[in-house]
Design a protein around this ligand. Structure first.
Ligand code: PNS
Length: 163
């Protein structure tokens, strides 16, 4: 059984995340989209809202037989991966600027849990500049984000900001 977790803040889910899910899922039998309950930050969406949005959007994603589920977690990603029985952590890399941070996390996670490998996928080039932070910023300032986030997420952002 090849089981992976795909951890992140997902505040909110972007089409870049969906691209990574779609391309990495066929490598695994099961994948858990693991939503960090980052209480110390001030997210736009609560962890439950983020999980619910991902659950609504996921059925439309072609995952080639990989069974998908969404869970929230607190604490260390490596601990969550271990408790979930995962043997891989999936992360996307967009640009060279992501590399250093991702390398540090991958090495630390491997030190914490040597049996769990981090698997990196290069972001699709059309999403290589897309981040949740940028999407929120552009949307809040009235810019167009269609095609970069799922329609449902855009609707929820509009509701959240009363636009
Ligand atoms: O989507 P993000 O914000 O880039 O995801 C970052 C995330 C959630 C993967 C990272 O912050 C994380 O793993 N946080 C949990 C705490 C932890 O394990 N920290 C040590 C990482 S080596």
């Amino acid at each position: 059984m090849r089981r992976a977790i795909f951890p992140g803040s997902f505040d909110p889910l972007t089409n870049g995340h969906l691209d990574i899910i779609k391309r990495s899922a066929p490598l695994f039998d099961e994948m858990i989209v693991a939503v960090l309950n980052n209480a110390d930050k001030h997210p736009m969406f609560t962890v439950n809202e983020r999980c619910e949005m991902i659950r609504e959007v996921l059925p439309a994603v072609e995952t080639d037989g990989c069974s998908m589920r969404v869970e929230s977690f607190s604490g260390l990603t490596a601990d969550f991966a271990k408790r979930s029985g995962a043997n891989a952590i999936v992360r996307g890399i967009r640009a060279v600027s992501d590399y250093e941070y991702e390398l540090r996390m991958a090495l630390m996670n491997r030190r914490l849990e040597p049996g769990i490998e981090t698997v990196f996928l290069m972001a699709g080039e059309e999403y290589s500049y897309v981040s949740s932070t940028l999407m929120k910023q552009v949307f809040e300032l009235g810019g167009r984000v269609e095609g970069l986030i799922p329609e449902l997420v855009e609707t929820r952002m509009r509701q959240k900001l009363g636009k």
